[in-house]
Design a protein around this ligand. Structure first.
Ligand code: XMP
Length: 507
């Protein structure tokens, strides 16, 4: 196990994923965690992440007292390296030698960390501060062309430092360097294996639930589906799944999802609550109100259904590791851009214990777990679909007619784009319906109908995104078909903004 102390870098989760890709389990803890917490993980090594602050700032992250007394190797990355330096008596300075993006470094000394990598190569830097003087006992291992220390070590004390980010893909040999740290410095064994994890988790679910019954809400998405299949493997038909159709799904989606679940032999109770949701949403145009209403209605509907399983003791949820980390760091990210209501947003006062078997996994690990469990590719590689569904893509007032128009336009776009070779790299592709009428002409008649917008984005995590350069012929076919086949739309537009400044969804 490797413990990663998070000092606030946007790359912390990436470090954890890279370590796991090398088949070593990793866990992120906040920088101000107690030494006892770290010790309880019995780590083979500790990585201190980067962070946005200066070591001299008043509230700057510091190291847990006594960290070095644990006698496990420590690797400081970027801010982590500066922090170690300043705590051990070296000097960190602001300004002057700022380096962002690609930088060439040259390796001057022998180091276990740099074994098997060339003596000069390109790395990814992102620092305003830099190290002016190494702490006593440290040796310079590599520097940038500006003469800034890029790597240092004190093997006697078990401390290593990198000014650049080995976890980002733009750093050549980043994987080799991390791998040297894990296997040569920390003597980890590459035994973090999802197949193994499944066996252990199945046993844990059995032990935890005993003879109890479990219920869960299925959304058709990857997380709840994988959580359900994993749990069903452990407890069979003591798991009851509830799939709520909120009337805001895409064309044919409810039927498709039900069919897929049938093939997985899950016990699914289907609830068509479309009317309840649509009447609650009638006349509402504000996006946040829409989300709130959908979240609350979901809770009401789910509670009512769940009450039918009165002997259920557990509620299964598809919480993932990033959700756990985020909620553990609550309050640091003050501005709410959009409130997200997922199937996860269930009432706190339900007298059920919560079962979260995926809470240690990243999304890509959940996908791999799903594949190992035989979950169909259609579910495992499904594009994210927001909890409030088409409500946030049907701008303005929502009714059955407008939803139907949007559904058909959206289905045509997805049908056309799926055959493109670039499709697998798309994060989301969908249509949006605007409550704006424009004039058109069809045959000899004037039309006055609404506008459909096509949106396709690439993204790694939904936090930032770029619009996809979909080939003109696909856009052309899509636009013609929508205007010909979908009543209520006479104009198709393309969204060419990235995130930021726009968001992926229009509401
Ligand atoms: P935005 O629009 O904020 O979206 O750039 C980022 C990612 O989150 C999804 N999204 C949601 N997911 N409930 C969800 O479960 C929501 O209310 C919601 N709003 C946006 C969006 O589809 C994208 O993948």
């Amino acid at each position: 196990n490797i413990v990663i102390l998070d000092c606030g870098s946007q790359f912390t989760q990436l470090i954890a994923r890279r370590v796991r890709e090398l088949k070593v389990h990793s866990e992120i803890l906040p920088w101000d965690v107690s030494l006892g917490e770290i010790e309880s993980r019995r780590p083979r090594g500790v990585i201190i992440s980067g962070g946005p602050m200066s070591v001299t700032d008043e509230d700057a992250p510091a190291l847990p007292e006594g960290l070095f007394s644990l006698e496990v190797p420590v690797l400081g990355v970027c801010y982590g390296m500066q922090l170690v330096t300043s705590m051990m008596g070296g000097r960190v300075t602001s300004g002057k030698a700022r380096e962002y993006g690609r930088t060439e470094i040259s390796v001057s000394g022998e180091s276990l960390l740099f074994e098997g990598v060339p003596s000069s190569f390109e790395v990814w830097m992102s620092h305003g501060d830099h190290i002016d003087a190494l702490a006593p006992g440290f040796r310079l291992v590599a520097e940038t062309s500006k003469g800034v220390p890029a790597a240092m070590e004190n093997p006697e004390k078990g401390i290593w430092g990198l000014q650049f980010h080995p976890e980002v893909v733009h750093t050549r040999f980043g994987t080799e360097i991390l791998s040297n740290f894990l296997f040569k410095v920390c003597s980890c064994s590459p035994d973090w294996d999802l197949g193994n994890w499944i066996d252990i988790m199945v046993e844990e679910i059995r032990q935890k639930t005993g003879d109890d019954r479990v219920i869960c809400g299925l959304s058709g998405g990857v997380d709840s589906s994988v959580a359900a299949v994993l749990t069903a493997r452990a407890i069979g038909d003591r798991l009851d799944c509830i799939f709520v159709n909120n009337g805001l799904l895409r064309l044919g989606e409810a039927e498709e999802v039900l069919e897929q679940y049938k093939q997985l032999s899950l016990k699914v109770h289907y609830v068509d609550a479309s009317k309840t949701f649509l009447s609650a949403l009638a006349g509402v145009t504000d996006p946040e109100r829409k989300r709130k209403i959908i979240g609350e209605t979901f809770i009401r509907v789910f509670e009512k259904e769940a009450a039918r399983f009165e002997d259920a003791a557990w509620l299964l949820q598809g919480t993932l590791y990033p959700d756990v980390i985020e909620s553990g760091h609550k309050g640091k990210n003050a501005s709410v851009i959009k409130s997200h209501h997922n199937v996860g947003g269930l009432p706190e006062d339900m007298k059920l214990k919560v079962l979260e078997p995926l809470r240690d996994l990243f999304k890509d690990e959940v996908r791999s777990t799903g594949r190992l469990l035989g979950v169909p590719e259609a579910i495992v590689s499904r594009q994210p679909f927001p909890g409030p569904g088409l409500a946030v893509r049907c701008l303005g007032e929502i009714d059955e007619t407008r939803l139907d128009t949007l559904r058909r336009a959206d289905a045509i776009f997805r049908e056309e784009i799926v055959s493109w070779e670039g499709y697998p790299s798309i994060w989301q592709a969908f249509a949006v319906l605007l409550p704006v009428k424009t004039v058109g002409v069809m045959g000899d008649s004037r039309t006055y109908s609404e506008v459909a917008v096509l949106r396709a984005v690439e993204s790694h995590d939904g936090m930032t995104a770029d619009w996809v350069r979909v080939p003109y012929d696909i856009l052309d076919r899509t636009a013609r078909r929508i205007c010909n086949e979908v009543k209520g739309v006479n104009r198709v537009a393309l969204d060419v903004t990235s995130k930021p400044p726009s968001t992926i969804e229009w509401e």
